[in-house]
Design a protein around this ligand. Structure first.
Ligand SMILES: Cc1cc2nc3c(=O)[nH]c(=O)nc-3n(C[C@H](O)[C@H](O)[C@H](O)COP(=O)(O)OP(=O)(O)OC[C@H]3O[C@@H](n4cnc5c(N)ncnc54)[C@H](O)[C@@H]3O)c2cc1C
Length: 352
């Protein structure tokens, strides 16, 4: 109908998967593509915290490249000065200039991205999807399929709706399923059970500002040999080149994080500081903060680059845990998130 604007394609999640999906759609000529993210900025698990002239990467520290498809993008990002090689072989670890979140900011530049928007349910309509949302500055709402407490959900009323003609959901599958369940969207049982099977490890990370150099060896990265060692990874963000002052990110392993997740921040920090004290060398800690990731790395993944939920209008679920059976690594990572977002967008273009 002339004069009536088309409803947008909406992407829930402005992590790297959602951003790459949106860029793929825009590059293919789609004009109305909107990315929604509940965070203060996009980027999701490509996260950088800045406190004055101190900076911490506290989600992914780097990414690796195993496919020529991803390498084509990385070559372009290298040329743009967005990423550089950090260390490692045979799979080089790439870091982002200025912090990992900066990469997603560059990727988001040409896109229409709305932040602090938490989608609370997705409902099917005859020709599209109806999304309810709240501003992240308002009440807490449950986040996962397993955390259903309908009485707690803040209902902003009918005004807070977004209509979409097609949807890509890149929130981790436990959260994606929750949104569909809230809106009464039926997912066929085979698909639903594959989505339900995806699970994530939590991760607790301490962000420590030091008054002098750390004892972390060059190039600012030390990983435990035993995957169950409480402190799994320590990164010196100064040596990494993103912080003006010595600043350590100390990651607990999944097992330790799960066992300690319910404890108070100060108790977790005290124990992590003790476990990691050798890495601060003789320097004192001038500030300590905690970051809690409920979803860090997927323990079990979805067998395929995206999931398609059959309905009147297209709905695809994508993200780092959607991995092709041909993927040689078979674990969730930045590369799998990128490839999933792109594959979901290409499939959507076929469906539209
Ligand atoms: C501690 C940690 C260390 C890691 N280390 C590495 C590493 O070294 N190398 C590597 O390759 N990978 C690493 N990873 C994994 C990597 O960060 C992820 O695989 C990748 O960033 C996932 O991207 P994504 O877009 O799929 O998901 P995300 O980045 O999680 O994006 C999903 C987005 O959806 C948004 N969202 C969720 N629900 C809603 C909602 N209801 N409404 C609106 N928005 C919503 C979230 O705010 C988020 O921004 C690490 C992750 C963590 C947490």
């Amino acid at each position: 109908m002339p004069g009536v604007p088309k409803q947008p394609i909406v992407i829930i999640g402005g992590g790297i998967s959602g951003l790459m999906a949106a860029r793929t759609l825009v590059e293919a000529g789609e004009e109305q593509v909107v990315v929604l993210d509940k965070g203060r900025s996009g980027g999701g698990r490509l996260a950088t915290r800045r406190i004055g002239d101190v900076a911490f990467d506290h989600g992914a520290q780097y990414f690796t490249v195993r496919t020529s498809e991803f390498m084509a993008y990385v070559e372009e990002w290298k040329k743009n000065g967005w990423v550089t090689e950090w260390f490692g072989a045979p799979h080089v670890r790439y870091r982002a200039d200025g912090g990992m979140n900066r990469l997603t900011r560059h990727l988001a530049e040409p896109l229409d991205i709305c932040v602090r928007v938490r989608v609370t349910s997705v409902e099917a309509e005859p020709n599209g999807w109806l999304l309810h949302w709240v501003s992240e500055e308002q009440e807490y709402v449950p986040q996962t399929y397993d955390e259903v407490m309908p009485e707690d959900i803040y209902d902003p009323g009918n005004k807070a709706n977004i209509r979409a003609r097609a949807l890509i959901v890149t929130a981790p599958p436990p959260q994606a399923l929750y949104l569909l369940k809230q809106g009464g969207v039926q997912v066929d049982e085979e698909q639903a059970s594959k989505l339900r099977a995806v699970s994530y490890l939590p991760c607790l990370a301490a962000l420590l500002t030091l008054d002098g150099p750390s004892a972390v060896p060059a190039p600012g990265y030390i990983r435990a040999k035993d995957p169950d060692e409480p402190v799994q990874l320590v990164v010196d963000n100064y040596q990494k080149g993103i912080s003006a002052k010595p600043a350590l990110t100390v990651y607990a392993c999944g097992k330790w994080s799960r066992a300690h997740f319910a404890q108070a921040d100060e108790d977790i920090l005290r124990q992590l500081l003790q476990e990691a004290q050798v890495w601060r060398g003789g320097s004192a800690i001038v500030d300590a903060q905690l970051k809690r990731w409920r979803f860090s790395l997927a323990e079990t993944v979805y067998p395929g680059r995206f999931a398609e939920v059959a309905h009147n209008a297209p709905l695809l679920v994508a993200g780092d845990s959607f991995i092709s059976p041909k993927d040689e690594a078979q674990h969730a990572r930045v590369e799998s998130a990128v490839l999933s977002g792109i594959a979901a967008a290409k499939r959507l273009l076929e469906l539209l």
